[in-house]
Design a protein around this ligand. Structure first.
Ligand SMILES: Nc1ncnc2c1ncn2[C@@H]1O[C@H](COP(=O)(O)OP(=O)(O)OP(=O)(O)O)[C@@H](O)[C@H]1O
Ligand SMILES: [Mg+2]
Length: 572
């Protein structure tokens, strides 16, 4: 996407805030006008003091108070309006980016880690919306100092020129600093992104880290990364300090030459004392004019960086997005077919021409060695990844032509380590099907042998389960996930080692429940324990990325070597 397209997008956010922007601009001009009066009145007060003119001293002091009061009032309105614009825009940008983030292909997260994307959404959206506040200072500052500069020219053209020349010197320094800062900001962002991505990972793995006794080693590593960031930022700050040092020296020289120039002008009758006093009060503000342009330039760069970093993720080619079609399935039967499907996560080919057809209402077991590609088949059915070659059909429609809803609503997957939300048990179930009644929830939980456990809890179905269901055992999480799939009521139900954490009795109970409901659904069961899939309508044997057997248990036992081997291993 071209840069101007980014601008258009960002501009669209602000366009909705027309009224607030009007107030904001109006008050910005208001502050500008009032700010210009301030030094003028101060100078007149000083003049009155030097001439011991009590009347004027009092008059100008009162004027100054009135002036500051009005200035504060307008400034308040200005701040409120800009704050409101910033907050609203930030929220909207974050909302849009979050939505877009969920549309990215899963492979992006495999490569970059989740922390990387989280950092971009939170950090850059705030920074982008925050620009408005900075711009407020820049705009007010710029307008005020422009006015001052014009007034100086009006009072004395020689001093006007003098201010202008020095302004350009300061401007040059400013631009030089911004250019350096731009490079530094990018590097420091990349460093921080990497660090925070690693840190997120650490926090997620906190249990294993403790048990593996890796605490010390990992803290050391984190500290090392943090130290590197600190060092880089320190060096960049030091370069800033050098810049300020040089600028301060220049400013002192600028003041000295100002006085010398005034003396020369007064001696030659080109300036009077009163005007010199006014100009003296304005001397700092005059050069600010160019500094503010520098500030605007810097903010423009900041917008560019934030925009690029955000839209690189959500709007560009770099991170591919999910692609869906527009065919909606109504009355889905539950047929599923793979036609010569090839797929690999990276260079390594995992699936090498998978072919099978599952009729609606069949229950299929899927077996094969670890790493054979069983979960990968589920990932492709869920369209989390896209095959390199071949077609996947749901009810004879290419999965690529279906809408996202058609796929999500009609397929439920239960994994070995399912994700349970930090909500109550009931909410965890209702979230997939808000219309379900409490009676139906209880019925599904009974099927999954969860009811006894839930009844033993103080708050029953309203018990909060903690982050990723921390209060639940592995087996309970699996049962809750199966109940969730039943509540969702999709035509295709896929279980990936979904009962592996259960004791034999509970596992048998769940499989009994599956037997009871199996005629209404197409069920795919990945299992290492062959005993749990023996009575499936058919069993698919996956080996080295291919389907090497697809038949009933009895037939496979007679004809399929890979299956026989797997079976024998289990008996041992
Ligand atoms: N996200 C990923 N990125 C890269 N490689 C992956 C990814 N997921 C799986 N793989 C690799 O793909 C191959 C097939 O993995 P898959 O998870 O499909 O095997 P599986 O048959 O389900 O194994 P298991 O029985 O151990 O669950 C493995 O070699 C695995 O290392
Ligand atoms: Mg697997």
């Amino acid at each position: 996407m071209k840069k101007w397209k980014y601008y258009k997008k960002i501009f669209a956010y602000f366009k909705e805030k027309k009224f607030l922007i009007f107030i904001y601009l109006l008050t910005s001009f208001g502050i500008t006008g009032i700010n210009m009066l301030d030094p003028l009145i101060s100078a007149r007060t000083l003049e009155a003091i030097t001439k011991i003119n009590f009347h004027n001293m009092l008059l100008f002091s009162i004027l100054l108070v009135v002036c500051r009061f009005v200035s504060n009032l307008i400034s308040y309105l200005n701040k409120v309006s800009s704050r409101k614009i910033q907050d609203d825009v930030e929220l909207k940008i974050k909302e849009d980016i979050s939505k877009e983030l969920f549309n990215l292909e899963i492979s992006n997260f495999d490569q970059k880690g989740t922390g990387f994307f989280a950092e971009r959404v939170n950090g850059e959206a705030s920074s982008l919306a925050g620009i408005f506040t900075y711009l407020r200072y820049n705009l007010v500052g710029f307008l005020s100092s422009l006015g001052v500069l014009i007034y100086i020219f009006y009072l004395n053209i020689y001093l006007g020129l003098y201010f202008l020349i020095f302004s350009f010197v300061f401007f040059y320094l400013n631009i030089r600093r911004t250019k350096r800062w731009e490079v530094e900001r990018k590097t420091s962002n990349e460093m921080y992104e990497k660090y925070s991505s690693n840190f997120n990972e650490l926090i997620r793995g906190i249990k294993d880290i403790k048990v593996l006794n890796l605490k010390e080693a990992l803290i050391k590593k984190t500290l090392k990364d943090q130290r590197a960031i600190k060092k880089y930022n320190y060096e960049s700050r030091m370069r800033d300090e050098k810049h300020w040092f040089l600028e301060d020296i220049l400013r002192s020289l600028y003041e000295l030459f100002f006085i010398i120039l005034c003396i020369i002008l007064i001696k030659n009758g080109l300036l009077n004392g009163a005007n010199m006093l006014v100009l003296y009060m304005y001397r700092g503000r005059a050069t600010e004019f160019i500094n503010e342009i520098g500030g605007i330039y810097r903010n423009y760069k900041e917008v560019n960086i934030s925009m690029e970093r955000i839209y690189e993720v959500i709007g560009g080619e770099k991170y591919p997005k999910d692609k869906y079609g527009d065919i909606k399935i109504t009355d889905f039967l539950g047929e599923l077919e793979f036609k010569n499907v090839f797929f690999g996560y990276d260079k390594n080919q995992v699936l090498k021409g998978i072919n099978f057809k599952i009729k609606a209402g069949e229950t299929i077991g899927i077996v094969g060695k670890s790493g054979a590609g069983k979960t990968t088949i589920f990932n492709l059915i869920n369209k989390l990844y896209t095959p390199e070659k071949g077609t996947i059909l749901l009810d004879n429609i290419n999965i690529n032509d279906l809408t996202e809803e058609s796929i999500r609503e009609n397929i439920s997957t239960i994994t070995q380590d399912p994700y349970i939300f930090n909500m109550s048990i009931k909410e965890n179930l209702k979230i997939v099907n808000p219309k379900i009644t409490d009676e139906e929830i209880i019925e599904k939980c009974k099927l999954c042998k969860l009811n006894e456990y839930i009844d033993s809890l103080d708050h029953k179905y309203d018990t909060l389960v903690g982050e990723n269901g921390v209060i639940l055992s592995g087996g309970l999480k699996q049962r809750l996930a199966i109940a969730r799939a039943l509540v969702k009521n999709s035509k295709i139900i896929m279980l990936d080692e979904a009962t592996s954490s259960l004791d034999n009795e509970t596992q048998e109970h769940i499989h009994d429940s599956i037997r009871k409901i199996r005629k209404d659904y197409t069920i795919l069961i990945i299992a290492h324990r062959l005993s749990t899939v023996i009575d499936c309508d058919k069993i698919m044997v996956i080996d080295k990325g291919k389907v090497v057997g697809f038949d009933t248990h009895d037939n496979l036992m007679k004809t399929n070597k890979v299956y026989q081997k797997l079976y024998q291993k289990e008996l041992q």
